[in-house]
Ligand binder design. Structure first.
Ligand SMILES: Nc1ncnc2c1ncn2[C@@H]1O[C@H](COP(=O)(O)OP(=O)(O)OP(=O)(O)O)[C@@H](O)[C@H]1O
Ligand SMILES: C[C@@](O)(CCOP(=O)(O)O)CC(=O)O
Length: 200
């Protein structure tokens, strides 16, 4: 168990396939709640930071939604897995190190070990959210099947995990995000007001 200055009231752990819209959905919630109430934590943040440094790459582009990071994805996965194999909580600990808001959104869980780490560190506070989109929609957003990536644990590690607290369908013809995310926002607002921080 980590020693922390402040404990989160709510930890929302998001997962979903490439281009399902994990960043889009977590950005949308962040805009609603504001930066005093919630923060977005990316497990891939410290991974990309160190990978960029070791390989002389552009960190901003690795962190962004564009095609740049896709050239390096397979190698980043291998590189990250060598760290995770020694210590499955390695990136979870680094990503959460400086978070102080009452509500945390982890935007990119990919493996059962990621969910297990949050559930064991924050058993009362952790809730899981799966973001899903059809392959057709993901293709329109720039996805194409890549062997070694889309058939690997990084993309499939949570495929058979049926116990998400919420499943959000991020498609043009699905109910609005506003409607689908209402219970998530409600819980986050309750968590923030019980901590004394409320959204504007
Ligand atoms: N509901 C939406 N409406 C409009 N654009 C969207 C929507 N959802 C996602 N997008 C766009 O699709 C692209 C991919 O979304 P996003 O980066 O959020 O996916 P992701 O699941 O985080 O992908 P990756 O795993 O590759 O980082 C982005 O350019 C994003 O702006
Ligand atoms: C290397 C990796 O962290 C890339 C994640 O990139 P993104 O969240 O899809 O932007 C995936 C992984 O850790 O398996």
């Amino acid at each position: 168990m980590e020693v922390r200055v402040s404990q989160p009231r709510l930890v929302l752990v998001f997962s979903g396939k490439r281009k399902s819209g994990k960043d889009y959905v977590t950005d949308w919630i962040h805009e609603r709640l504001g930066g005093d109430v919630c923060c977005i934590l990316r497990l891939s943040g410290p991974l990309k930071q160190q990978y960029a440094q070791e390989h002389g790459l552009d960190l901003d582009q690795l962190l962004g939604p564009g095609p740049y990071k896709e050239q390096y994805r397979a190698d980043m996965i291998r590189w990250g897995e060598s760290r995770r194999n020694q210590d499955p909580g390695f990136f979870c600990r680094l990503a959460t190190r400086e978070a102080h808001q009452p509500v945390w959104m982890v935007s990119d869980a990919r493996r059962l070990s990621d969910l297990q780490w949050f559930r064991s560190e924050f058993p009362q506070q952790t809730r899981t959210v799966r973001v899903q989109s059809s392959e057709q929609t993901r293709m329109q957003r720039g996805w194409s099947f890549t062997t070694g990536v889309d058939d690997a644990e990084s993309e499939c590690g949570l495929d058979s995990h049926a116990e998400f607290d919420w499943i959000i369908t991020n498609e043009a013809d699905a109910p609005s995000l506003e409607d689908q995310l209402r219970p998530v926002l409600k819980l986050a607002e309750e968590a923030s007001s019980s901590s004394g921080v409320s959204h504007s």
